[in-house]
Design a protein. Sequence first.
Length: 176
Amino acid sequence: MGASKSKPVHNIVCIGLDNAGKTTIVNHLKPEKEQVDDIVPTVGFNTEKFRYGSANLTVHDMSGAKQYRSLWKENFDDANGLIFVIDAADHLRVVVAESELSEATQLAPATVPILILCNKSDLPAALSKTQIATSIRAADHCGTRPWSIVATSGVTGEGVKEGMAWLTANLTAPKK
């Protein structure tokens, strides 16, 4: 089911490092009949339009590969929400994720809410959401804007609905 034209459409930018699980999470958000079984790495970006709860969303699922990260800023001007996905089991790249979050918060409008999803939290080696929040300096980078951090599993969907409930309740109004 596509987005209804009678309600405003909220633009969501979904970013994070490659292999963090962004596309898996976006796939999980779509209506069941629109979900795919085989998730492949995103090259460039994918745009998905669907209704989530009472919100019509256009989600820009941006590749996290280094050579594509410069494309992220192209979608920030019209963003009403930002999802930053981090691989909770990838200890080595937490520093890189922190740097990318810092840049994203500088590019995104100051009122745009940020949902940080600690994906793969179900894996034994995963850092807790508190450890990740500290490591990526989430409070420093997000500042006074609304933000939340949620432990998730994109494969099982654990935590995804909780995070999206928070994000949809905090979305900024779409530009006219």
